[in-house]
Design a protein around this ligand. Sequence first.
Ligand SMILES: [Mn+2]
Length: 364
Amino acid sequence: MNADARLSRLRRRLAEEGHDAALVCDVSNVRYVTGFEAVWDDDANVACLVTADLARIYTDSRYAEAAAAAAVATPWALSTPSASIYVTLCDDLGADGIGSLVLESSVPFGRFRFISERFSGRVAAVDDWVEELREVKEAAEVERIARAAALTDRAFDHVLGVLRPGLTETEVVLELEFFMRRHGSEGVAFPSIVACGPNSSRPHAVPGQRRIEAGDPVILDLGARVEGYCSDMTRTVVVGAPASSEFRAVYEAVLAANEAGKGAARGGVTGAEIDGVAREVLTGAGYGEHFGHGLGHGVGLDVHELPTVSPRGRRSVLSGSVITIEPGVYLEGRFGVRIEDLVAVHDGGCRALSASPTGLIEIV
Ligand SMILES: [Mn+2]
């Protein structure tokens, strides 16, 4: 992890845009710019102030010891005021001679208003400065994502031996998540989706007490987290009886779209173009109107991050990014199929990080 290079790139952006200081508060962005491992929990009270020549972390006593240990031999200074970190921060901005400050556009409005009122300089909200730095991964980041993906593959393989009619969606979720955590996942990358029967037509179904019935399609969408980095994979299997011919036709179309999407993914192609190649396959098979979401998204410290791989993805996907390819067809009230792979993008194409089989699996 090259935290010094990350700081340099953020400073370059500050200079280009003509601001004195950036305040980074989003926890994933804080994890990225500090490079500190296992210090910031998801609700951490922390803000990182970066100017051309200073890098200062504001946090409270709950994080002080871990942050101080992680900050040794880094450019980061630590401020742990006993009062509000934002009161101290605003006082410091004046003392440090800072005239303009940018905040992330994701900052809570109350905090934006507080800083705007208390700090006499110029305050602006900017989109995705750190998120854009995070888009192209370092080799060590890809390696962590690949390990998370390998753990996801193992969890899927494990649950294939467990799936049977009578189990509830929640029981399958527990089986997946316990396996991943037991084998080294830090929590999960996102709440797992297990959706059986007609629930599978809801792309982000919330798992519940429905029991798997013989012949049900079951969508399993899961991700592990390894050393801070996420994975994301979806498979759709049929449990308890062979798949219907209609299900097979949908499955074949989704699989063809998944393969077309992976075939189109390479550095320099826009997210919309990659999406379009896969979408065209589904449209050609007569299912275009049943694929409502985008083809994919970036994955890293967050399970959903840049780049955007959808009809809205106007920017080029960059070599070094990690994205999902996840076409789906959802027939409302009946069933759905989604096949999602995680891939590392390079100039000439992409490398699959998900290794689970994509062919139809019937557990009978
Ligand atoms: Mn996904």
